[in-house]
Design a protein around this ligand. Sequence first.
Ligand SMILES: [Zn+2]
Ligand SMILES: [Zn+2]
Length: 491
Amino acid sequence: MDATAIDTTTQRLDALIEDKRDRFIDYANQVWEYAETRFEEGRSASTLSEALEAEGFQVERGIAGIDTAFVASYGSGKPVIALLGEYDALAGLSQRGEASDAEPLIPGGNGHGCGHNLLGVAALAAAVGVRDYLEEWRAQQGLSGTIRFYGCPGEEGGSGKTFMVREGVFDDVDAALTWHPQAFNAIFSTPTLANIQAYFRFKGTSAHAANSPHLGRSALDAVELMNVGANYLREHVVPDARFHYSITRTGGASPNVVQAEAEALYLMRARRMNDVQAIFERIQKIAEGAALMTGTEVEMVFDKACSGYRPNRTLESVMQAQFEAFGPPRHDAEEKAYAERIKATVSEDDLRTTYANIVSAGGEAAEAYVDGLADKALVEDLAPYSASEALMYGSTDVGDVSWVVPTAQCYVNCFALGTPLHTWQVVAQGRSSLGHKGMLQAAKVMAGTAVALLENPATLAQAREELDAATRREPYRCPIPADVTPSPLKG
Ligand SMILES: [Zn+2]
Ligand SMILES: [Zn+2]
């Protein structure tokens, strides 16, 4: 027996992924630099899809009718394991990499403030690692199946995966795995909020605001009255609900003109989609009321929606065991010093939010765990796991995948303790060795989970049964109507 044959799966996958670390880091840095926002991730999608092609994957581009969505496959037949990768950036978060103070690279430019440059490449590296492992071991172990990387665009405010689920691209998948960069290590074990986003466009009549105000019908008045009505609605919704709005068109900068056109964008959320839909109906009535009061007309334009995340406890326990086997990322003195500098820029409130996120995922045992973190700038251990039903107050389009395919995800530490998502600190660290180390470790945990599932069809059957039992009680319906198409970010 040669030396490789006695390596454990964990050691072998670790070595296979480490062998290609430089190229994975290079892809992550490229995507970081492109910093493309939702549904416009052309260069990022090309980098990743071409990399997978070069690794022997078969690539199909433009899936689900979305230019920047793609699937890369290796192997054949069942089971089919999916690795989900995101690569969209956020507007206005341009920031110099590896810096420890806010310093835009391009004033007003985009930045990877949610770490999706790391997210996408870790899923890619996991797929490549599993492929390399199967190439070596297929003959000995008789392992078969398909490993797929799904290039999932438009997560930030776009619900790209929800459109992909609607178009059926995950229908034959047996398990889906993904992760998110964070300031700690844990299983993503919590449900998230379902949401619906819609525009309300008001149309009135312009007039000279002093000379003939009685002839004007103000669309801006309608937006303001709608927002007042919505704010009164807050008392009469389920406790987990949240809704927020932005005024996306004000009608212009001139106060001496009655504004004939104005628009608000509403984002409505709750744990259950039924509750979101009920709030959405009431918000539509409020908009009609505002139009009646102001003598304007209103048009509702459905933008996007996503379902709440449904954790799969069977898959989570497999992923937890793999996370324990590979361990969290470890850091050297230089990385710890950088984390100290970043931690100095985050507030006490940010730290408390990080702790609250750890506790909501890890349950009671995590309360003692976070008490021990106070003096640290970097977390180097795995937070306690619990099959938590506590809500994570946010949304992800992984939610819709989790309703049609058993899904598991983890958080892997890429940032100094307390780093909040959607900030310059994430952009800076996402281009540093902190981010890169977290990314590679996430790749290993996902690759280990994928191999464990390929080896254990019974676990996959159990995970499917867990999902089926839940959806028999509460069937899935895609929350995005058939005629709605993905929308890029508006300037
Ligand atoms: Zn985000
Ligand atoms: Zn994100």
